[in-house]
Design a protein around this ligand. Structure first.
Ligand code: URA
Length: 216
């Protein structure tokens, strides 16, 4: 299931356009904050399909029956580019447990690359709702590898993937390898370069948020 937030008018599209814009995206604080805002908006959208329960709340004047989230999700992200989007989700799911994964592309001489996972810090995921954020869903290979590893810590009962921009190639790959996963994104692009960058995309999300790294 794909939820593409650009199909309806919302501020998410404004924030995605600022992420993409070469005249705006160099403002690192705004870049990170826009990713965070997208995380917040998508957290709100996801909350609409999560289980709720009624709870009696004592107010100073009486008792109110409120519908509240039945259980907290686990929020997972892929370092380092995922941090601002993750923070946005955490701002709204403010009692969530958290998982962190470090994944990087190890490039070969022929231009191809493999995904190496190095560090996983994760709670027990058995029967939990898992929300994984990755700002750029490009080839989908790091995401699929991450999901594969995280399933071993559980298995979770449902998995949501959150991206600012997703590429159709990556979406198809995730759908093929992990058909039950729900994908939420701010926009969808159709092209991918040989190096796995989304076109038109926005460039390198990690570098734009945190500065250019020396490793490739
Ligand atoms: N990661 C990025 O930061 N940008 C892309 O276009 C693809 C992956």
């Amino acid at each position: 299931m794909i939820y593409n937030l650009s199909e309806q008018h919302s501020l998410v599209s404004n924030w995605v356009s600022e992420l993409r814009d070469v005249d705006v995206q160099h403002d690192r604080m705004r870049f990170r904050r826009n990713l965070e805002r997208i995380g917040e908006a998508i957290a709100y959208e996801i909350s609409k399909i999560l289980p709720f329960e009624e709870r009696e709340i004592t107010t100073p004047l009486g008792t109110a029956v409120s519908k509240v989230l039945k259980e907290q999700p686990v929020l997972a992200t892929i370092l380092r580019a995922g941090i601002p989007l993750h923070q946005g989700l955490l701002n709204f799911f403010d009692r969530a447990d958290n998982a962190f994964i470090s994944a990087y592309r190890k490039h070969n001489k022929d231009g191809s690359f493999e995904i190496n996972l190095e560090y996983i810090s994760c709670p027990d995921l058995e029967n939990r709702i898992l929300i994984i954020s990755d700002p750029m869903l490009a080839t989908g290979s790091s995401l699929v590898k991450t999901i594969h590893h995280l399933r071993e810590e559980g298995p979770p009962k449902e998995i949501h993937v959150v991206a600012a921009i997703a590429c159709t190639v990556g979406i198809e790959y995730v759908k093929r390898e992990q058909p039950t996963v729900k994908i939420w994104c701010g926009d969808i692009d159709d092209e991918l370069t040989a190096k796995g960058y989304i076109v038109p995309g926005l460039g390198d999300a990690g570098d734009l948020a945190f500065g250019v790294k020396t490793q490739n």
